[in-house]
Design a protein around this ligand. Structure first.
Ligand code: HEC
Length: 71
């Protein structure tokens, strides 16, 4: 799912999008709480389109992908 959707922006293509493994970029985002992050992906957030372009992703999928991206 990451490769098909999130990876299109979160692998360095968009400078504002925190990259996989970039702990420093993820720390302040994670500090907002996982529920807020999942909500931001679902509704869209600044340059990120709603659902992060993953129409079939569930809230649980987002949680797993976010944790994985932030490691
Ligand atoms: C079209 C590009 C794009 C796609 C696709 C995308 N993102 Fe993002 N995402 C962004 C950008 C840009 C930001 C940074 C927004 C900002 O803070 O300016 C961001 C930020 C985030 C954040 C942090 C939000 C916050 O509140 O700080 C999370 C979490 C996130 N993305 C998860 C995902 C997940 C999960 C997917 C795949 C399902 C995804 N993104 C797909 C562009 C994208």
């Amino acid at each position: 799912m990451y490769n098909r959707a999130c990876g299109a922006c979160h692998a360095g293509q968009l400078p504002n999008a925190p990259q996989k493994g970039d702990k420093a970029a993820w720390a302040p985002r994670l500090a907002q709480g996982m529920e807020t992050l999942v909500q931001h992906v679902t509704q869209g957030f600044k340059a990120m389109p709603p659902r992060g372009l993953c129409m079939e992703c569930s809230a649980e999928d987002y949680r797993v992908i976010i944790l994985w991206m932030s490691e």
